[in-house]
Design a protein around this ligand. Structure first.
Ligand SMILES: Cc1cc2nc3c(=O)[nH]c(=O)nc-3n(C[C@H](O)[C@H](O)[C@H](O)COP(=O)(O)O)c2cc1C
Length: 383
C-alpha cells in the first residue's frame, strides 16, 4: 500500500508500479466501428468484464458518462449505462477493484453527487472513485436545457462543484456555500464516505485549465495519449507531476488510456485494426466526434487531432498495444519506464480482450516486477 491511508481499502493506492484499469465498457463508446462482433454492452457482459478484472487484481473499473448519441438518435454511441447506478451494482458484485463513477458536473448537483458517491463507497467498502467531467459535448448539455459554458468557465464551474462536494463529504457541520454557479443553504450530508477525507478523484482533461484543476483537486491525472514517442511521454508525465507539486505540494498518479488488439502476431493485429477502424470504421461518428472535440476541447492540438482520426476510431487513443502478449507486455514496460503510474485499456471485444490479457500479459508484467502477483480476493461476490 502507498502512504495514502485510503490504500487500506482502495487499490488505486496500492504499491504496484504499473496499475491497470478497464475503461468505457458500460457502453459502446471506446471505438468507432460498425463491425457486428464489437462488444455488446448488456448488463451481463459489462459485469463479466468487471469480474474478470476484479478477480485478477486490476486497480480500476472506469465507466464513461454519455447522455445522448452522436450522429443521430438510435446511433450506437448513445447506448451507455448511467455511471453511478452502474458503479453501485458493480461494487456490490466485486470485491477488489476501485469502482469509479463518471459525473458530468453541469447536470448533477453536488449534493446529489456526494450522496450517491458516499453510498457507493459504503457498498464497495471503501473502493469508490469519481471521474469528474466538465461537459465538452455541447448538444448533451443543451439537452438538459442548459447553456454550454466556454472552456475556462467549465473548469471554474467544476472547481466550485468539487469544493462543495469535498465540504459535503468531510464537514460535520451544516454550511452555506455561495459560489458564482453553485449555492447551498445549510448544506449537510450523512453518512460520510468510508475513505477519508474523501474517495479517490480523477479528471482526464489535458488542457492547461484541466491540468491546473487536476493538480489542485485530483488523485489521478491523465496525459493525452497523442503518440507513443517515449521521450515525449516522459516529458508529459514529468511536467504534470511538477505542476501538481509546484502549485499545490501534491503528489498525483499519472495515467494514460490506450487500446489493445491482442493477436498471435503484430501483422494480424494491424490487419484487424484496418478491418474494424478503416474498412468498417464509423466515419459519420468520427466526423461528429472530432468536430465537437475541435470546437470544445483543448487537450489535443487541432492538427494532431485530425492526424489521429484512425486511432480515435480504433480506440479513442493515439497509443495502441498490438500483437502477441510479449509485445504488449513490452510496450507496457516501456510506458511504465516513462513514469506512468497506470494504464486504462479498451478492446473492441472487451470480454476476450481481458481474458487473454490476464492469461498472457499479466504474468509477464509480474515477471518484469511491475506488479505483485494478485493474492487478494479471488472470489467475486455473487459467484
Ligand atoms: C480516460 C478518459 C475518460 C474520459 N471520460 C469522459 C466521459 O466519461 N465523458 C466525457 O464527456 N468526457 C470524458 N473525457 C474527456 C475529458 O474529461 C476532457 O473533457 C477532454 O479530454 C477534453 O479535455 P479538456 O477539457 O482539458 O479540453 C475523458 C477523457 C479521458 C482521457
Amino acid at each position: 500500500m502507498s502512504d495514502d491511508p485510503r490504500g487500506a481499502t482502495n487499490p488505486l493506492f496500492n504499491r504496484n508500479k504499473l496499475k491497470l484499469g478497464v475503461f468505457a465498457f458500460n457502453g459502446t463508446g471506446a471505438y468507432m466501428t460498425k463491425i457486428p462482433e464489437q462488444f455488446d454492452p448488456t448488463w451481463a457482459n459489462t459485469l463479466e468484464v468487471s469480474q474478470q478484472a476484479d478477480r485478477a487484481g486490476w486497480e480500476a473499473l472506469v465507466p464513461y458518462a454519455r447522455w445522448r448519441a452522436f450522429v443521430e438518435p438510435g446511433h450506437r454511441s448513445g447506448t451507455v449505462f448511467d455511471c453511478y447506478t452502474w458503479a453501485s451494482a458493480v461494487a456490490a458484485l466485486t470485491n477488489y477493484s476501485c469502482v469509479l463513477s463518471t459525473v458530468h458536473v453541469p447536470v448533477i448537483h453536488p449534493i446529489v453527487g456526494a450522496k450517491m458517491g458516499t453510498t457507493i463507497d459504503h457498498v464497495s467498502n471503501g473502493r469508490f472513485g469519481l471521474n469528474i467531467v466538465c461537459g465538452w459535448f455541447s448538444e448533451e448539455i443543451k439537452m438538459f436545457g442548459g447553456v454550454p459554458l466556454g472552456h475556462a468557465d467549465r473548469y471554474a464551474y467544476a472547481d466550485e462543484w468539487i469544493a462543495a462536494m469535498k465540504r459535503l463529504w468531510s464537514d460535520p457541520d451544516a454550511f452555506d456555500f455561495e459560489g458564482k454557479y453553485i449555492r447551498i443553504v445549510s448544506g449537510m450530508a450523512q453518512p460520510k464516505p468510508l475513505q477519508k477525507p474523501y474517495p479517490a478523484l480523477m479528471n482526464a482533461g489535458g488542457s492547461t485549465a484541466g491540468r491546473h484543476f487536476v493538480a489542485k483537486h485530483c488523485d489521478m491525472a491523465f496525459i493525452p495519449a497523442i503518440t507513443d514517442d517515449e521521450s515525449y511521454i516522459r516529458e508529459q508525465v514529468k511536467a504534470y507531476r511538477k505542476l501538481a507539486w509546484d502549485e499545490h505540494h501534491r503528489e498525483i498518479e499519472v495515467w494514460s488510456a490506450v487500446y489493445a488488439v491482442h493477436r498471435d502476431t503484430y501483422e494480424e493485429a494491424e490487419k484487424f485494426v484496418d478491418y474494424y477502424a478503416e474498412e468498417h470504421g464509423d466515419d459519420a461518428y468520427a466526423d461528429y466526434f472530432l468536430a465537437e472535440q475541435l470546437t470544445n476541447a483543448q487537450t489535443i492540438p487541432p492538427e494532431m487531432l485530425k492526424r489521429m482520426r484512425r486511432s480515435f476510431k480504433a480506440g479513442y487513443s493515439g497509443i495502441g498495444l498490438l500483437g502477441p502478449g510479449e509485445r504488449i507486455a513490452n510496450q507496457l514496460v516501456r510506458l511504465s519506464a516513462c513514469g506512468l503510474d497506470g494504464i486504462l485499456l479498451v478492446w473492441v471485444d472487451f470480454q476476450e480482450g481481458i481474458r487473454r490479457f490476464n492469461r498472457e500479459v499479466l504474468p509477464l508484467l509480474e515477471q518484469a516486477g511491475l506488479r505483485e502477483p494478485f493474492r487478494g480476493n479471488h472470489e467475486s461476490p455473487g459467484d
